[in-house]
Design a binder for this molecule. Structure first.
Ligand SMILES: Nc1nc2c(ncn2[C@@H]2O[C@H](COP(=O)(O)OP(=O)(O)O)[C@@H](O)[C@H]2O)c(=O)[nH]1
Ligand SMILES: [Mg+2]
Length: 332
């Protein structure tokens, strides 16, 4: 499954320009699928020589033009939000822009939490099972939102999260604050500070410049970037921040038909990680055979490692690590 990212932000902050930069102009209807390049996958390809190479994918959705409510609705479907603030041109005020977008998300959640709380409070009065516990969580959420704080900064255990889940909260989603700068990269500093204070990830992106670079050969683009003091593509910067914000790691599968990178929740037990490939694999998981990119590149194939007894055998409790190369044994 691709990682789903929604772009939000105030008008004219450069959202569509960011969208075009990330999708290299290949999006359509406001949606684009983007490959997240990864040199580890390239090394696996060289070693294994598979028929196919599949990078981790991100689905990027541009903010729909129209009302703030429409933007919030679109954001509800995403795993991670990219909040774009204008850090170029006259009177840029990224902190003010981010405050205002943050408030939109908080108010949207406050409305649905208040509505649900009224119902839960009534249900609690007639002793409906679970209603009192729900009202307690909703009351806590309401107080937090009333204070202008997003739900992502409220500590909730699994049971509390389950109570809020049917409301499809949007302020609980991980965010990456994107400083859309012109030539002056230093203009992103205010936003980076803001992100730090708000415990969010940030990325500085020269979106208009990246749109131009996307049209160049990768070698020319790299040289051009270097002249601006940029060490990686805008997409790589944003993808890194999205992975961080979303608490994601990448593991790999490497067989003859294809080598592939899979985004996966950090700390996921092996069956859940296998479920990223196919939901059936969660139930049918038997064991994971695990190695590293380096080991596999040395040996040339999973089979060679298995024959040499050098694949680690891990069970249901194993927590998949970033950079693992895995063969999942699945039952019938
Ligand atoms: N100088 C400069 N202009 C930009 C940049 N990004 C966007 N713009 C301009 O800002 C205006 C609004 O951009 P757009 O992407 O349509 O904003 P949206 O309303 O947030 O989607 C357009 O005229 C863009 O050309 C940038 O990085 N540098
Ligand atoms: Mg736009």
């Amino acid at each position: 499954m691709p990682v789903s990212v929604a772009i939000v932000g105030p008008p004219a902050s450069g959202k569509t320009t960011v969208f075009n930069a990330l999708t290299a102009g290949r999006g359509s209807g406001g949606v684009g699928m983007v490959d997240v390049l990864d040199p580890r996958l390239d090394r696996l390809e060289e070693a294994v020589r598979p028929k196919k190479k599949v990078y981790a994918q991100v689905r990027v959705a541009d903010a729909p033009p129209g009302s703030r409510a429409q933007q919030v609705a679109a954001a509800r479907e995403a795993d991670v939000l990219l909040v774009v603030a204008r850090c170029f041109g006259p009177d840029s005020d990224p902190a003010g822009e981010l405050d205002s977008v943050g408030l939109d998300l908080v108010l949207a959640d406050l409305a649905s939490v208040e509505k649900r709380l009224e119902i839960a409070a009534k249900e609690a009065r007639i002793n409906k099972p679970g209603a009192a516990a729900a009202a307690e969580v909703l009351t806590r959420a309401k107080a937090h939102l009333d204070a202008g704080q997003p739900l992502r900064l409220l500590e909730l255990d699994a049971a509390a999260k389950e109570i809020l889940a049917p409301l499809f909260p949007v302020s609980s989603k991980p965010v990456v604050y994107v400083a859309n700068v012109a030539e002056d990269l230093a203009a992103g500093a205010t936003l980076e500070h803001y992100a730090f204070e708000h415990r969010a990830q940030s990325a500085v992106l020269a979106a208009a410049l990246e749109v131009e670079l996307a049209e160049l050969e990768s070698k020319d683009a790299a040289e051009y970037r270097a002249s601006y003091g940029l060490t990686e593509s805008g997409l790589a910067t944003v993808a890194g921040a999205v992975w961080q914000a979303g608490g994601l790691i990448t593991y790999f599968t490497a067989g003859e038909p294809e080598v592939r990178a899979w985004p996966c929740e950090d700390g996921a037990p092996a069956p859940i990680a296998a479920g990223v490939i196919h939901t059936d694999f969660i139930k049918k998981f038997i064991r994971a055979e695990v190695t590293s990119v380096d080991e596999l590149v040395q040996a040339g194939s999973m089979e060679a490692l298995r024959a040499a007894g050098r694949l680690r055998v891990e069970g249901r409790e194993y927590r998949v690590q970033d950079g693992d190369v895995i063969f999942f044994r699945i039952g019938g």
